[in-house]
Write a protein that binds this ligand. Sequence first.
Ligand code: OGA
Ligand code: MN
Length: 293
Amino acid sequence: MPITIRQIGPCFAGEVAGIDLAQPLSPENAEAIHAGMDEYAVLVFHGQQLKAKQQLAFTKSLGPIETSLGTSLRAETDRRLPPNFADVSNLDKDNKPFAVDDRRRLFAIGNRLWHSDSSFKPVPAKYSILYALSVVSKGGNTEFADMRSAYDALDHDRKEQCEGLICEHSQIFSRQQLGFTEFTDEERERFKPVRQSLIRSHPSTGRKSLYLSSHAGSIVGWPVPEARFFLRDLVEFATQREFVYSHKWELGDLVIWDNQRTMHRARPFPPEEARDMRRTTLAGPAPTAEQVA
Ligand code: OGA
Ligand code: MN
């Protein structure tokens, strides 16, 4: 049986039925998922029962995986999950929720700002695949904003103004916005800014979209306050409710989103409750802008 997809978001986001992701992915269904991603940008699968190994296998059957090394404040000895998983939970390695003042938790609050995954890497991410193994009693939705519809809705002058602009992205910029400013020298080196185009064309559909992210902290050649305001203004425009799908998580949900044409953010939830979210990520095809040597 081939999968079926029903639109659930305002201008994007689809819900997929008819597939058990724990089973090997058939070439037909892999193709249908890629086609669905090109059409909807966010796909929701309910009722999945996946071990880490099965999530990895599913991910790899969609394309090359991105390494998660060096992107969080978790030490290697702190790992709950196999390599190449981004542990997006609020749990330590004994599966206990972080204390409210834990540095790893405070850093992760950065995920509550609108962003696109790995926009701080020279080759940013393609799809993110997030699986919910335990959910909270209230809050904790993930919201997605359609950057293609947002681009389309910009007026002519604004489109022209954005064309050709290059932004610098770093996790230091996103954390700075929340007053998280203490980084070690090693972390500053690891989180060095990278360059990304502000407008990008989608590798498969050719459609243009805004490439925004809270990691973007400057525009090459612009004074910083002007750049920050310009980017903030664009984010405000691009995240109006008409462009947003809010996902309320149920146990066993798996959501795939295309970082090349969406932003997302986590919503707050009770910190003492376990929210076990496991992300695998597909590598993007190429840099969006030349890097400085
Ligand atoms: C992520 C992320 C949001 C959430 O996995 O990249 O930003 O709601 N997650 O946990
Ligand atoms: Mn994210």
